[in-house]
Write a protein of this length. Structure first.
Ligand code: HXC
Length: 282
């Protein structure tokens, strides 16, 4: 579906690109010709992903950065612009999350998640966006949100609040910055197990099994599926898509939403009984 020169001449910056979904997107973008810039807190994983890309003869750069710090974001952008040129595409992928009863959270725990997900995403978008606008450079921003950005979810309240905020930023800037040639899109992934989600969100096997059962297609997502969607959305093939969020979850969130969806568990005999009762006249 994608040609190998799709992103030739493009520089793509991915936050949290060293692991999980960020890494999968980085490797795919590089295979499609992009120069990759990655930032995150852990140098070891950034370096490793960069080396994989460079070993394939492609260009990749990394800079350590905690996106809660606007100063660290600014230094990282200076470094990338000097070495790789102005990024053309920003992927706000870095996140922090863990499951916990909300009443067990401290203010610091709330701040840690909001700081990474909401503030970090806005700081990143703001700094690069200002540089794009100043230099009349067109751009695309892809934000990774979640289906509970609009439904909310028990046990991940700071993350739900932060991701809802990020989605609001996408929809707001899609309108405000379109006049500068800056496009905004988002992806809402369902279950795509990664090392980090296994540790923080599905820490015991029972939780992972429970989440998989919620997916109508009966399985979790594959990394290449989300990487391909990201490649399409940030490419020129999607140049008229702006302010949209694409869900990739096998139908998971809709299964929870439909009032009668619980009837999937009914047996043939129960359906027969229902037919007989509901067809009776009077
Ligand atoms: C309760 C917890 C906790 C837990 C940390 N805290 N983990 N409280 N239950 N499991 C509290 C700490 O006690 C502390 O509060 C505060 O949170 C900050 O913790 P630190 O470890 O000091 O913070 P920091 O090192 O900055 O780490 C941030 C983090 C961490 C979010 C807590 O988990 C992290 O860095 N995660 C990055 C990787 C990650 O989470 N990836 C998953 C993203 S997946 P006190 O008061 O004690 O000081 C994702 C997808 C969503 O977001 C959609 C899924 C379907």
């Amino acid at each position: 579906m994608f040609s190998k020169d799709l992103f030739n001449g493009k520089t793509i910056l991915i936050t949290g690109g060293g692991t999980g979904i960020g890494k999968a997107m980085a490797l795919n973008f590089a295979d499609l010709g992009a120069t990759i810039c990655m930032l995150g807190r852990r140098e070891s994983v950034l370096k490793e992903t960069c080396e994989i890309i460079r070993d394939k003869g492609k260009m990749a750069f990394y800079h350590t950065c905690d996106i809660r710090s606007p100063d660290e974001i600014s230094s990282s952008l200076d470094y990338f612009i000097e070495n790789a040129g102005m990024p053309d595409i920003l992927v706000n992928n870095a996140a922090g999350n863990f499951v916990s009863p909300t009443e067990a959270l401290s203010p610091h725990a709330v701040d840690a998640v909001l700081g990474i997900v909401l503030h970090g995403t806005i700081y990143m978008t703001l700094d690069l966006g200002k540089r794009w606008i100043k230099s009349s450079h067109k751009g695309v921003v892809l934000d990774i949100v979640t289906t509970y950005s609009w439904t909310g979810s028990a046990f991940v309240v700071p993350s739900a609040a932060a991701k809802a905020g990020v989605l609001a930023v996408v929809r707001s800037l899609a309108v405000e910055w379109a006049r500068y040639g800056i496009r905004h899109v988002a992806i809402a992934p369902g279950p795509f197990p990664t090392e980090a989600t296994r540790k923080n969100l599905f820490p015991i096997p029972e939780v992972e099994a429970m989440l998989s059962e919620r997916v109508p297609l009966g399985r979790v997502g594959k990394m290449e599926e989300i990487a391909n969607l990201a490649a399409f959305l940030v490419s020129d093939h999607a140049s008229f898509i702006n302010g949209e969020v694409v869900t990739i979850d096998g139908g998971e969130w809709l299964k929870g939403a439909g009032q009668f969806n619980g009837m999937l568990s009914l047996s043939e005999d129960q359906w027969k009984a229902i037919r007989e009762i509901s067809r009776k006249k009077g």
